[in-house]
Each structure stands twice: as structure tokens, then as C-alpha cells.
Ligand binder design. Structure first.
Ligand SMILES: Cc1ncc(COP(=O)(O)O)c(C=O)c1O
Length: 386
């Protein structure tokens, strides 16, 4: 069984992470090394997660209650919760099947209460921003890029006109460090404010990070082809809803009080693991993933994608999603109709219609560089048998 997700981190990285946890070291030095491994500019912060960065940004901006934050209509639920926790209103901006913003919807969302737009670059692709920037400038709305799903090179500064650009290295991300985020903040005063606010938060303990490394080591062990088949068989026998269980396993933060969990500073071992990943990650894995994507699209006669689409995940929009999932499972591919993302709920008449309709017919395929070309062709045949 090709399980739906595999963690993109090697055993040597995990062993190194445990060694970092065992030996005390300076966090200030580890943070400086992580920043230097990413950029030679002085405009980046290293934080615990993208959610921490977004929460910090909203704390620092201190907007008026009832102000609006425009969000790409597909995002993770915590991004919506964070907006609400600050007394603000999350407003959906519709997206097409690639996750690109629909300009009509964006124009409709531009009320006098709109303060910032958070563009999520989804599934490994990039939403074009050149038309978005002038509209935001006209209305005095900040541009925040959420690159949690689109990392493809170290030092990515995002669009030159962005106010904030956030990259995540959480457990299921490309080049994961099992946590951490790099955040470029264009305004020096905003960045300094965020940095001093972040410095007041408690620090993630080395012990806590070591437990995280152990947890994901076990999950990595279980996500191998044979181990996954045995585990899935066992769980189903005991009546466990395997689909739901597997989806919840890779979560970076577990528990209800999300703000408490994200308001922490990254530990020295996490910072060191980030540095290691920035320096040693094999970017050939992304190229391989892109090649697999091209083969898959060709097999199914899909349109060509932009060259900068790094294919982090592979959503498929089909009329018969459950039947498609069943066919894929029978062929040994653990596809799922469940996602960790949601459609941002409507506000007044501002509704994400296209995103909503597509979400009702989405299937997520197992998708990682460990797949090979013949298996990807076989997966395409299972999607649409001839
Ligand atoms: C679009 C998007 N935004 C934000 C996040 C949260 O990132 P982090 O885990 O670094 O908080 C994710 C995580 O998957 C995501 O997909």
C-alpha cells in the first residue's frame, strides 16, 4: 500500500535531531545560523510555525475588532481560528481548481474594513500576484503570502511587493524540520515589533522537541509500504476508522488550545535541524516530484502546469470521488476524500462558490518523491480505467 503521506525526512536527519536534543547549546547562535543558512538579508524571523507567525503579526498590527482579513478560500482551519481569536472577520476569496485567486471574488471582497489579504500558494503551485498587487495598493490592504505548501528553494523571498512571506517546515512539508517557519517581514518596524514580542514567549523545551522527533520517527517507520499494509489491516479489523485516524496522525499541534501551543519560541535543536535541512536538502526530490506530475497529467490528458508548480500534493477533482478512492485503494494507493484544509465560510453575500463546489469532489492521492514513474502510470490508470 502506498500510504497517503510520507514524512520527507531521512533517518540521518532524525538521528541528528536527537543528538541536538541531547547536547545543550546556545539558542541565539542556532537562530543566527538558521537565518544565515536561509538568507544574507536582515529581513527574516525564524519562528515556531506559520501559525505562530500569523498570530504574532495580528497581535502586532492590533487591528480594530470587526476588521476583515481576506483569506484564500482553501486554507487550514487554524488560520481561520487565529483571525477569529483576534476579533477579526475571516472573508473568503474564491480560488480555482489550482488554488489560484479569482480576481472577481477579490474585487468583491475589498470593503473599507479589509486590512490584509493572506494568499495561500496551494498544493505546491503559486498563485499569480501581478494583478493582485495594484488592487491591494489601491485599497491600502497588506499582502501576506502563505508559502506553507510551496517551498522549493532556500532563500525564497516571495513577491517583491509582499509585506509578509511565510514558509513552513512543519512535519508534512517539503524539507521538513518537524516544525519551524521562516518569515520575511518587509517593514523594519513591524519586524522589530514582532521579534521583541516573540522573544517574550516561553521556549519550546529540548525534551518536548525530542518527543516530537520520536513520534515522527515511529510514524515514518509505519509509513513504509509493507508496514502500512499490515497496520491498515489491523486497524480495520479492530473497527478503527483508518481514513480519519491516518489524517490526524501527522498533525503538528495536537489539542484544543491552539494559541497556547503556537505561542512558543523554537528550541535550539529545532533551529539546528532547520539549518541542516536548508544546507543539505536534496532538491532533486522536488524535480523528481515535478516529473512524476507531468507523467500523471499526460496520462490523464490534463493541461500543462506552470513550470514553478512544485507539486507538493496532488488533488484530483472527479464527479465520483468515493468510487475513485475505492478503485485507487483496491490498486494499492491510499487515496482519501478527507483533507486538513477547509473552505473558508461565507460572509454576507461573499461566498467561495468555485472552491466550495470543487471541494465536494476532491480526492487526494498519495504523492511524494518515493513514488516512481511506473507506479504513477498505474495510479493514473486506476483513476480512469480504460
Ligand atoms: C496553507 C497553509 N497555511 C498554514 C499552515 C500552517 O503551517 P504551520 O504548521 O507552520 O503552522 C499550513 C499547514 O499545512 C498550510 O497548509
Amino acid at each position: 500500500m502506498w500510504v497517503r503521506m510520507r514524512f520527507g525526512i531521512g533517518w540521518r536527519d532524525l538521528a541528528a535531531a536527537l543528538a541536538y536534543c541531547a547536547v545543550p547549546s546556545s539558542r541565539a547562535k542556532a537562530r543566527a545560523a538558521a537565518v544565515n543558512a536561509w538568507t544574507d538579508q536582515e529581513d527574516c524571523l525564524i519562528l515556531l510555525s506559520v501559525r505562530s507567525a500569523f498570530d504574532l503579526l495580528l497581535q502586532e498590527l492590533a487591528l480594530e475588532p470587526g476588521d476583515e482579513v481576506l483569506l484564500s478560500a482553501w486554507t487550514v482551519p487554524d488560520m481561520i481560528r487565529i483571525v477569529e481569536a483576534h476579533g477579526l472577520v475571516p472573508v473568503p476569496v474564491d480560488v480555482d481548481h489550482r488554488g489560484h485567486l479569482c480576481m472577481d471574488s477579490l474585487s468583491r471582497s475589498m470593503t473599507s474594513r479589509a486590512q490584509l489579504l493572506v494568499v495561500a500558494h496551494l498544493f505546491g503551485g503559486r498563485t499569480p500576484l501581478d494583478n493582485v498587487v495594484p488592487l491591494l495598493k489601491k485599497h491600502g490592504v497588506m499582502l501576506v503570502e502563505d508559502c506553507a505548501q510551496s517551498f522549493d528553494h532556500v532563500g525564497d523571498a516571495g513577491h517583491p511587493d509582499s509585506d509578509v512571506v511565510m514558509h513552513s517546515f512543519g512535519p508534512i512539508k517539503t524539507a521538513t524540520a518537524l516544525g519551524g517557519a521562516v518569515v520575511r517581514v518587509a517593514s523594519g518596524s513591524l519586524r522589530n515589533g514582532m521579534e521583541s514580542r516573540a522573544a517574550k514567549a516561553p521556549v519550546q523545551t529540548r525534551f518536548k522537541f525530542s518527543l516530537r522527533v520520536l513520534r515522527f520517527s515511529i510514524l515514518k517507520l509505519l509509513s513504509g509500504k509493507r508496514a502500512a499494509s499490515v497496520l491498515f489491516g489491523l486497524l480495520s479489523r479492530f473497527g478503527v476508522d483508518v481514513d480519519a485516524k491516518v489524517n490526524s496522525l501527522g498533525r503538528g499541534f495536537i489539542g484544543r488550545d491552539i494559541l497556547k501551543q503556537i505561542r512558543l519560541q523554537p528550541s535550539a535543536p529545532l533551529l539546528k535541524l532547520m539549518t541542516r535541512r536548508f544546507k543539505e536538502f536534496d532538491f532533486g526530490r522536488i524535480e523528481h516530484r515535478k516529473r512524476l506530475g507531468e507523467i500523471f497529467d499526460r496520462e490523464l490528458g490534463f493541461d500543462e502546469r506552470p513550470a514553478d508548480d512544485s507539486r507538493w500534493i496532488c488533488p484530483l477533482f472527479v464527479p465520483d470521488k468515493q468510487a475513485t478512492c475505492d478503485r485507487l485503494r483496491a490498486a494499492g494507493f491510499d487515496a482519501t476524500c478527507r483533507s486538513r484544509m477547509v473552505v473558508v465560510p461565507a460572509v454576507d453575500e461573499r461566498e467561495a462558490i468555485i472552491a466550495g463546489e470543487n471541494w465536494d469532489r476532491v480526492v487526494f492521492l498519495p504523492w511524494y518523491p518515493d513514488l516512481n514513474e511506473s507506479e504513477v502510470r498505474r495510479m493514473a490508470r486506476a483513476v480512469r480505467p480504460r
